[in-house]
Design a protein around this ligand. Structure first.
Ligand code: SF4
Length: 182
């Protein structure tokens, strides 16, 4: 089974749908457009401050599953490479979401690097937050994937997570499934 680094700590049911029904995903074009614009803004921000290097798709191998990922950017500044994860946000909250930090952490492991940062891009602000590789967070992330894997392996649908449904790309399918099980 192949998971993606960007799925870490996401709704387990959403992960199930991504694996089983990739063609039924419905991504809001506005969200896609905003994401692409965020990457463009990030590119300009980074070009002025760092040397940019290409990123590659990488895999972490475990007994029963793999985790694949490709960071948004790899940059060189002050004689060290860093990984950059870009997030387009409507509002910049007090701290970045834990799952974004965990995603960056997985990329750091994949790249064998210790330092990275998250660039959150809102309408009128860019926030850069620096993060170091965190072994405990890495272990928790792998436990998360293991948990999802074990449920799916048994042929069951993992539980959904309230709070992520509003912008979910599988909300229609999820709703249908929920009604058909009543
Ligand atoms: S609608 Fe909610 S519960 Fe269903 S897959 Fe999406 S996030 Fe998970």
């Amino acid at each position: 089974m192949n998971f993606f680094a960007s799925w870490v700590f996401r709704c387990p049911k959403w992960i199930y749908f991504k694996l089983k029904y990739p063609d039924l995903e419905r991504i809001d074009p506005k969200v896609k457009k905003a994401g692409n614009l965020g990457e463009k803004i990030a590119l300009n921000f980074l070009k002025e401050r760092y040397r940019l290097y290409p990123t590659r798709k990488r895999k972490l191998h475990f007994d029963s599953f793999n985790i694949t990922g490709k960071p948004d950017f790899r940059v060189l500044g002050k004689n060290r490479f860093e990984i950059v994860e870009v997030k387009r946000v409507s509002n910049i909250t007090r701290i970045p979401k834990k799952r974004w930090i965990a995603q960056l952490n997985l990329y750091l492991e994949m790249e064998g690097l210790k330092n990275g940062f998250i660039l959150e891009i809102s309408k009128n602000k860019i926030r850069k937050s620096k993060w170091k590789f965190n072994q405990l967070l890495f272990e928790r992330s792998i436990e998360f994937y293991e948990g999802v894997y074990n449920i799916i392996k048994k042929g069951e649908i993992p539980p959904g997570r309230v709070g992520e449904c509003f912008n979910c790309s599988y909300k229609e399918l999820c709703r249908e499934l929920c009604f058909s099980h009543r």
